[in-house]
Design a protein around this ligand. Structure first.
Ligand code: ZN
Length: 338
């Protein structure tokens, strides 16, 4: 590889795609090149740098010769795509760093989408054109996200963080000391400090920090954390109910979906049967209570209160007591007959 001080073209659009080095990274690269020379050749396409912008600057600043590797691309788009792949292939990048690199290519991906869309629609129907343009815009971010390895929403969060977060937060993100989701939530809470909003479930007015942001969204949940907890607990209860042991099986009594579906006539009327019926009855009671709570919670978590639960329990207990009394009386009457 012949090394010399090549004079290469720098395309500002391509240069812009390379995230700037931190002061520390720049210092280390410079020191190593000054000490050992430039060992990695710069990638060049038609006399323009496609990889090695930082090395080029350092080598020229110190008069250090370097090698080049000629690349062959059909057009600039292909060169840009190659650059993205190359940057993402670097090891030890966390999702924040990958997203940062990806976002540099946002307009590139949007342009690609526009080109695709223009070829697809031919422009005969303006309505259709509008819709597919919108769809392609979304697709562009999905495609970019896929390339980077994060969701479209994560890309959007990183974009906002890069625009608004303080330097300390960005540093932590780069070092992987805080997750994108955590940093985004903290930033949003700070933005809304001192402001309140009304929970759609309990109707209480609460500070923004009492609401969470789902990891797959950029917006706060409409219900407060407390109501969210209730809703989660109820969902758990419902899940548990789905795994409750099935009702005891009794010959002559058919049960389907927890409900008694069939009772054949002429069942033995004895203490054994009596305790079977009580077991079935208790099972239905539990299942009913769980289903009731889960339904309420899904409908409106704020309706799950101790007071409501107590009312439901009392109602069920009342029905249970009455039924057991009836069964008891029946059993006693039978004993007396014998
Ligand atoms: Zn609430």
């Amino acid at each position: 590889m012949e090394k010399k001080l090549y004079d290469l073209k720098v395309d500002p659009e391509l240069r812009e795609l390379i995230p700037p080095l931190s002061d520390e990274e720049r210092y280390m690269l410079e020191e190593s090149i000054v000490r050992d020379g430039c060992d990695t050749p710069l990638a060049v396409w038609n006399g323009t740098i496609v990889d090695g912008h930082n090395r080029y600057e350092i080598c020229h600043a110190h008069g250090i010769p370097f090698g080049i590797e000629e690349k062959d691309f059909p057009d600039k788009d292909a060169a840009m795509f190659w650059m993205l792949e190359r940057q993402l292939a670097r090891r030890n990048l966390n999702s924040y760093q990958r997203s940062q690199i990806g976002l540099k290519y946002e307009s590139f991906y949007r342009e690609q989408a526009k080109k695709r869309q223009a070829t697809l629609s031919g422009g005969s129907n303006p309505q259709l054109l509008q819709n597919s343009a919108e769809a392609e815009k979304g697709n562009a971010m999905d495609k970019l996200g896929k390339m980077v390895g994060v969701s479209r929403d994560t890309l959007a969060k990183v974009k906002e963080l890069d625009a608004n977060a303080d330097d300390r937060t960005k540093e932590k993100l780069r070092k992987g000391e805080v997750s994108i989701h955590r940093a985004y939530t903290d930033m949003k809470n700070k933005e809304h400090e001192g402001q309140t909003r009304v929970c759609e479930s309990c109707g209480e007015e609460k500070p923004f920090s009492d609401f969470s942001i789902p990891s797959k969204s950029k917006e706060y949940r409409p219900i407060c954390k407390k109501c969210e907890e209730k809703s989660k607990a109820a969902a758990k209860a419902a899940e548990k109910a789905a795994y409750l042991p099935g009702p005891p099986s009794v010959t002559g009594i058919g049960v389907r979906n927890g409900q008694i579906a069939l009772v054949s006539t002429g069942l033995p009327d004895d203490p054994g049967m009596f305790s079977h019926v009580i077991d079935l009855f208790k099972h239905s009671q539990n299942a009913y209570l769980v289903a009731f709570e889960a339904t309420l919670a899904n409908y409106h978590p704020s309706m799950i209160t101790e007071e409501h639960n107590e009312m439901i329990r009392q109602m069920i207990d009342y029905v249970a007591e009455t039924t057991e009394k009836m069964l008891d009386q029946h059993l006693n009457a039978q004993k007396e007959e014998k």
